[in-house]
Write a protein that binds this ligand. Structure first.
Ligand SMILES: Cc1ncc(COP(=O)(O)O)c(C=O)c1O
Length: 427
């Protein structure tokens, strides 16, 4: 044990961690490509991209250089009344890549705040137009949009957020292809909008892939229908691509699978290649224009101390260049094919159910011993077994998934699948 791990034990409170029963955190001293390296030299393969943020590998020389270059020039400046080149360049890159016409970029710090901002924009735009009864949000069953109050309310995770539910505003849930098999599944959007469409401020979706719900995939048709119905009722669609953006589903943005163009788009996580906390909410000109007024009370009064942090924007610009230069989308296509081949073999194991692959993401359910779900005891047991073999995988309850940085080699992928076969095969 190093002396600072004792300081950690004494003072730190880790996220999503039951501090009484969880094993001590693993100290990490360095990062190198897909590996996390402990102070005593153990190399752990990062099979979940450090909570889905890393795409180019850890401590990448080009991103390191971009960070150092920017730090020498300007580390940060407040963003109200000031601006800087990295923020403007990044905004123009994001607008160019966004699905549809979303010309206005509002920065914040993490995924939760990007979605919070989108919800506030949609709501305030209606208020400013005089449609004050529109205070209802609609989100997918089992949605996850973050841990702030607005995003917890929009989220459908009882396990994570039930303690706070008495404080939430009104949200209706839409049945998804997975949840519709459950008794308490959500509603159908068409009926909901016929009944209450006049009260709806916005509909939120995690397009194509719901990560925190357990890597659940819905079809392009399902997503397209939501877009068609929201458009027919004049209701803004918020696409939360915090997780799915930057190639995670095989396309640059998941909306592209369905040709869907949202009114608000939220990005974070891999935006900076996994380096620094930064997020952006992209808005249509129509929503932006609703705020334009000589009356200053109609301003969008939202901002954070570190909005558009200069270092984060500079690294994000370089990360996008690296994405193109290293032909990430082509690599992602090859990873998808490799994963499909290995998933076919995995599916033969008796405990493996519902194998699914989408872009550089492979997931399956392990038939549970108890209730299943996020708190299934299988999760921590499997995680420990993978770690014992120097692989970081963090199952969502009984759902095992593999989501590596795109720089992983084919050999490294095969090693991870070999370990998964060994561990799950011996259950
Ligand atoms: C779809 C989605 N939205 C929002 C968030 C929240 O992002 P953050 O943890 O950066 O606040 C996450 C995080 O996992 C997510 O998967």
């Amino acid at each position: 044990m190093t002396d600072w791990t004792e300081l950690d034990r004494r003072h730190l409170w880790h996220p999503y961690t039951q501090m009484l029963t969880s094993p001590p955190p693993i100290p990490v001293a360095r990062g190198d490509g897909v590996y996390l390296i402990t102070p005593d030299g153990r190399r752990i393969l990062d099979g979940i991209s450090s909570w889905w943020v890393n795409i180019h590998g850890h401590s990448h020389p080009r991103l390191n250089a971009a960070l150092a270059r920017q730090a020498d020039e300007l580390e940060h400046v407040m963003f109200a009344g000031f601006t800087h080149e990295p923020a403007a360049r990044l905004a123009s890159e994001l607008v160019a890549r966004a699905p549809g016409d979303l010309p206005r970029v509002f920065y914040s710090d993490d995924g939760s705040t990007a979605v919070e901002v989108a919800m506030k924009m949609a709501y305030q735009a209606w208020q400013l137009r005089g449609e004050t009864e529109r205070r209802l949000f609609v989100a997918l069953d089992d949605a996850y949009h973050g841990d702030t109050f607005g995003t917890m309310a929009a989220g459908g995770s009882g396990v994570f957020h039930h303690m706070f539910q008495d404080l939430f505003f009104e949200v209706r849930r839409l049945a998804t292809p997975d949840s519709s098999r459950r008794d308490d599944h959500g509603e159908d959007l068409e009926h909901l909008l016929e009944r209450e469409g006049h009260r709806v401020a916005a509909v939120l979706v995690e397009p194509i892939l719901q990560g925190a719900a357990g890597m659940r995939i819905h079809s392009a048709e399902y997503l397209r229908r939501i877009r068609d119905l929201t458009r027919a009722h004049g209701i803004p669609l918020i696409a939360d691509e915090i997780f799915t953006g930057f190639g995670r589903t095989g396309r640059f943005f998941a909306c592209e699978h369905a040709g869907v163009e949202p009114d608000l788009l939220c990005v974070s996580k891999a935006l900076t290649g996994g380096y620094l906390p930064l997020s952006a909410t992209l808005a249509s000109e129509e929503i932006f224009e609703a705020f334009l007024s000589r009356d200053r009370t109609k301003t969008f009064f939202h901002g954070h101390s570190y909005t558009a942090n200069t270092l984060a924007c500079a690294v994000a610009v370089e990360s996008l260049r690296l994405f193109d230069d290293s032909q990430c989308l082509a690599r992602i296509g090859r990873l998808e094919r490799l994963f499909q081949g290995r998933m076919e073999r995995l599916a033969e194991l008796p405990r493996v159910l519902n194998g699914r692959v989408l872009g550089p993401m492979a997931a399956f359910d392990v038939s549970p011993e108890g209730q299943g779900g996020y708190l299934d005891g299988l999760g921590p047991r499997l995680q420990q077994a993978f770690l014992d073999r120097d692989i970081l995988l963090r199952p969502l309850g009984n759902v095992v998934y593999f989501l590596p940085p795109y720089v992983i080699t084919d050999d490294e992928c095969h090693r991870v699948f070999d370990v998964i076969e060994e561990v799950v095969g011996s259950l």
